[in-house]
Every structure is written in C-alpha cells, then in structure tokens.
Design a binder for this molecule. Structure first.
Ligand code: GTP
Ligand code: MG
Ligand code: NA
Length: 345
C-alpha cells in the first residue's frame, strides 16, 4: 500500500501555554466562535475539544496556499484547548498526553513564562512534537496588518523599526528556548522539521498567521507524521472529563483517537472503587467548529468514527476516572480481563 492510499484520521492537536497567551482566542479565531468571551474572567478552566473540518482549513489558508499548493489529505483537525493557569497542571498533562502534536503558544511580547516551561517539560517527557505560535504579533511596534499574505511576505512589508522589533523579540525567544535545549527557527527558515521547532507568528485579534499555522501543522502531519495519524480500527479512547449534566446525568467527555463507538456498545471504564461496566445510551457531538464543553445543542449519533471529541451518556458513570482509557466489550472479549485492564490505568 502506498502512503497516498492510507486513510488518515484527523490529527489531535493540543493547545498549551502560559495563562493569557491567547490559546482560546486563537481557537475562537479559527472557528469564528467566542468561547473566550463566555469564560469567567476569561480564564479557561476545562479542556474542550472541537473539530475543524478540512473545508474550513482550506478557506482559512486560501490566500497563502495559492503559492504553496498544499494538497489536503486530512479530514480535519481535532483541537483540544487547555488552561494556562498554574492550578491546572493535571489538565495540561492530560491534553499533552493525548495529542499527536501540540501548539505551544508564546506571547511574543512576554517571551517564555512559567507555564511555558512547564508545558515544554510535559511535551519533552511524552516526546510529543510541537510547533510554537508566537502570538500577539499585532503588538509589535507599529505593526501593520495585511491580509492574504504569508507572515514571511508580511514582514518584508513592515517598516524598518517594526521589522527590527519583531526580529529582536523573536531572537530573544529563540535564545530562551535554547536555554531549554530546544532549537527553534521561524518556520520559513526551518530546513529540518524533525529537529528544529517551527515558530509561526500569529495574531488571534487580526487573524494574521493563522493560515500559516494551519499549513505548517498540516504539512508536518502529512509529510512526517502520516504513519501516526493513519486511521486504525483498534479502539483507542481516552476520557477527558467526567461531568454531571442536567437532564443527562453523569456523562464523560472523551476523545476517540482510533476505531468506532456505537450507541448500545457495552463499555468498561476505570472507576474510583472498581471498574465500571455500562452501556452507551447516547453519543453526542458538538456541531463542527463547536466545542464539547460549550452548551450548544449537541447532536446524537448512532455511531462515531475516529478521531472525534464525543460526550458519552451512560448510566453509572459517577465514579469514572478522567484521564483513563475506555474499552468496548466485543463479542469475543473476556469481560473480566477487560475490567482488570481498565483498572490498570
Ligand atoms: P487561559 O486559558 O486562561 O490560560 O488564557 P488563554 O491563553 O486562552 O488566553 P485568552 O484567549 O483568554 O486571551 C487572553 C487575553 O489576551 C484576552 O484579553 C485576549 O483578547 C488577548 N489576546 C489573545 N490573543 C491576542 C492577540 O493575538 N493580540 C492581542 N493584542 N491580544 C490578544
Ligand atoms: Mg483559554
Ligand atoms: Na485567559
């Protein structure tokens, strides 16, 4: 089988970084939503998954892809937002453990901060590849906005002082990353995607650089990581959060990484006090470009194919443990064996 014939699933991308660097705002800009505006004091306190279909990515990259001509083989991207506040280390850890690739967001004006370093250490520990969004580029001295240009082209049009301010801030961040043993370069100067971390200047306010960011991610996944995101039938599903929802009872928000889940499937999940065996009552997904954590009308599905974020409704989930794997009991499976397996997580 040639690589071109393999079916790719949507890569799972986790957005990590220090508090208020603009993680949720970047996602909002990509999706044209306003999740950030609905958060208490603008602070993210949960993990949220949302699916961005490839059509949206094509639209967002239209201006700059005319020259680059990237062919899209991916069905979309599954984006997982995480909080930057220091008290949510567990959620960052869970998100970074699950994803194929991370987007580490750094405020270009602030440079590396405490949770930037914590995120780098999490990613390194799990050997998760990542790219850096140098966000808030609109705050560089006298920055001029241009539309439909790549950031490389935009920089050539900025006045001399702006270009200098940009270069000095970027070089400072490259030096800070080097202190943490990371080689980094602006993505258009990066000739070794495997060893050097790409920096993509972005603005979640103006939308500049978002097309660049998506093209960098898509190319990385399709060129270097296609094996990892090749669709597999073997079920791989991780519970992100356990939540009581009015009218639904206790539900779990999960990320289906590989395989298929069906309404009516018998499942086993790890529970405080012992394994939980139950049956899926419904599989709810947010509409494309919406999030599992936001109260939009969720859509019921008979069946879900990876990768996707899904809210699972089933009786008896009150003591389910977030961060653990979910198993489906197949016809030939030994239930006791699966219960032991689930409880190992
Ligand atoms: P936590 O989830 O709480 O860690 O924060 P976050 O990283 O999701 O940042 P958030 O999206 O909440 O943005 C923080 C603040 O920065 C908000 O006031 C945003 O409007 C602002 N902001 C985000 N991105 C940009 C940007 O590109 N440029 C400018 N000028 N402001 C930005
Ligand atoms: Mg946020
Ligand atoms: Na915030």
């Amino acid at each position: 089988e040639t690589p071109a014939e393999k079916e790719l699933r949507s890569p799972i991308l986790c957005i990590l970084g220090h508090v208020d660097t603009g993680k949720t705002s970047l996602l909002d800009k990509i999706r044209s939503t306003n999740v950030q505006g609905g958060e208490a004091r603008g602070i993210t306190q949960q993990i949220g998954a949302s699916f961005v279909p490839v059509e949206t990515i094509k639209e967002q990259t239209k201006g700059i892809n005319e020259k680059l001509k990237v062919n899209f083989r991916l069905p979309g991207l599954l984006l997982i937002d995480t909080p930057g506040h220091e008290s949510f280390n567990n959620l960052r850890s869970r998100g970074s453990g699950l994803c194929d690739l991370a987007i580490l967001v750094i405020d270009i004006v602030h440079g590396i901060e405490k949770q930037t370093v914590e995120s780098i250490n999490l990613l390194r520990m799990r050997k998760t590849p990542f790219v850096v969004a140098l966000n808030k580029v609109d705050r560089v001295y006298e920055w001029q906005k241009y539309v439909n240009l790549s950031m490389n082209e935009e920089l050539k049009l900025q006045n001399r002082h702006t270009a200098q301010d940009f270069e000095s801030r970027t070089n400072k961040i490259i030096a800070q990353l080097a202190e943490h043993e990371l080689n980094a370069a602006l993505y258009w100067r990066n000739s070794d995607y495997k060893k050097v971390v790409s920096l993509v200047p972005t603005s979640a306010v103006t939308g500049e650089g978002l097309g660049d960011l998506m093209l960098v991610v898509v190319q990385l996944m399709q060129k270097i990581m296609s094996e990892k995101v090749t669709y597999r039938n073997t079920l791989e599903c991780t519970i992100l959060e356990v939540k009581a929802i009015e009218g639904l009872g206790t539900t779990v928000d999960a990320v289906l990484v590989n395989g298929v889940l069906n309404e009516g499937d018998k499942i086993v999940v790890s529970g405080f006090g012992g394994p939980i065996v139950t049956t899926i009552r419904s599989l709810l997904t947010p509409p494309p470009l919406r999030e599992t954590r936001v109260k939009t009308a969720l859509i019921p599905n008979k069946s879900i194919r990876a990768s996707m974020g899904v809210k699972i409704v089933a009786p008896g989930l009150e003591k389910a443990v977030a961060g653990t794997s979910l198993y489906v009991v197949g016809e030939d499976d030994d239930l006791e064996e699966l219960k032991r397996e689930a409880q190992k997580d």
